[in-house]
Write a protein that binds this ligand. Structure first.
Ligand code: ADQ
Length: 410
């Protein structure tokens, strides 16, 4: 009989480094790529691989995330009601999850109900395609207690990741340090480290034992990457799964192995620019491994002559349904549903979320504009960064970010 597998998606992350986009939504609920939300990528990967028993552990500001999962995933006839969002239940006392391992510990009842042989524990805030079944197969064949997905990343980013060292067989993890400040590069590539993708496959007994004994340890931060994985590595029971070995149907040479942690404003912005590059490094047109999301009855996008017959155009951009671009120019941008861009406005190298309205003559450059923000007539965003710093968030790479309910003065 095929082994029984339950998937747990950790979706409680607060996403402090994505403020103001996470001011009133959880990080996995942040809109991405026009019509998606970040969590759609991990859920699509699981669903495409045939894993349809999925619980999503939510916590922080989870309202819009819950609504999205319920509407898009849980009610889906395709998936047959399997994806269930599970909020922090405070079963074990009047507290929220103390960390990602505590989130699992407090949800052990779900594992006990389901009695799987193996548990997939994946994060919810990465943009990538992956066939998790290949990782599960390798995990089962190796007999490891846990298998951690690993990918090479620049040495300079070591302090954002769990850094993996492997033994002579290239598989058994010999050391694991969570976000080290003093990492050294790989022997065969000194400018790279081997990073944990925050995706794990556990033998069920090993996971239950690990989170239960961790819960009793007052010194622990109850963090998967900070506590659970290092403990299993110390016992010599953890293996790595190299993401380079993953073959997703329909992927191209260009987007094979693409994985983006979009935890900061700059990486979130760069991942959008990856989508609209002339030869996109992440290909949304792979219908062999579709990314599912919530489709609403929006009409098609429309490009119309505006004031004085000026042509409305978008080039090198992705434009979602419901958008109207009239007498204005949109370049190298990702435009979400129901955006309006009015005559003589210019939008360049920007990400506009649902319902944004760009007034006549306005200029928006290298910016991320959150849902429903109105850019008034003649306003300039991303033109004078010193002025923008006084009123908005400006990322370290100079991207201007305007949050959901911010008022933009004319
Ligand atoms: P981080 O992403 O920094 O590093 P964390 O903030 O714990 O770790 O988030 C991991 C996942 O768990 C995210 O999907 C987040 O949304 C979720 N999460 C966090 N706290 C939660 C809670 N209380 N309840 C439910 N879900 C919660 C991790 C690993 C690193 C690895 C990187 C890869 O710890 O080792 O390198 O991911 O990006």
């Amino acid at each position: 009989m095929a082994p029984k597998v339950l998937a747990i998606v950790l979706a409680g992350g607060e996403g402090k480094r994505l403020m103001p986009l996470t001011a009133d939504r959880a990080k996995p609920g942040v809109p991405f790529g026009g019509i998606y939300r970040m969590i759609d990528f991990v859920l699509s990967n699981l669903a495409n691989a045939g894993y349809l028993k999925i619980v999503v552990l939510t916590q922080y500001k989870s309202h819009s995330l819950d609504r999205h999962i319920t509407k898009t995933w849980r009610m889906s006839t395709l998936l047959g009601n399997y994806v269930a969002p599970v909020p922090a239940q405070q079963r074990l006392g009047p507290r929220w999850f103390a960390g990602s391992a505590d989130a699992i510990y407090q949800s052990l009842n779900l594992i006990n109900d389901e009695r799987p042989d193996h548990v997939i524990v994946f994060g919810a805030d990465h943009i990538y395609r992956m066939d998790p079944a290949q990782m599960v197969a390798e995990h089962i064949a190796s007999g490891a207690s846990v298998t951690v997905a690993g990918i090479r990343q620049p040495l300079s980013t070591a302090d954002q990741f769990g850094v993996i060292e492997v033994g002579p067989d290239g598989k058994r993890i010999s050391a694991f340090r969570e976000k080290p400040k003093d990492a050294v590069g790989l022997a065969d590539s000194p400018e790279e480290i081997y990073a944990s993708m925050g995706n794990y496959v556990f033998r069920t007994d090993a996971l239950c034992e690990a989170v239960t004994s961790d819960a009793k340890n007052p010194e622990s931060k109850h963090d998967m990457g900070g506590n659970i994985i290092p403990e299993l590595v110390k016992r010599g029971e953890a293996n790595v799964y190299d993401f380079r070995d993953n073959e997703v149907p329909g992927s191209t040479d260009r987007d094979r192995g693409y994985w983006r942690d979009v935890g900061t404003l700059d990486s979130f912005y760069e991942a959008h620019m990856d989508l609209i590059a002339i030869h996109p490094v992440f290909n949304l047109y792979n219908f062999d491994w579709p990314i599912y999301t919530d489709y609403r009855p929006w009409p098609p996008a429309k490009f119309v002559h505006g004031w004085e017959g000026r042509v409305g155009r978008a080039v090198s951009s992705m434009v979602s349904p419901g958008v109207v671009i009239s007498g204005s120019l949109v370049e190298q941008s990702v435009v979400s549903p129901n955006v309006r861009v009015h005559s003589y406005a210019t939008v360049q190298e920007s990400v506009l979320m649902e319902g944004v309205d760009v007034g006549r003559n306005a200029v928006v450059r290298r910016a991320i504009i959150d849902k429903n923000v109105r850019i008034p007539e003649g306003a300039q965003i991303g033109v004078d960064l010193d002025r923008d710093r006084e009123r908005f968030t400006v990322s370290s790479n100079g991207i201007v970010v305007i949050g959901k309910n911010q008022i933009v003065e004319a």
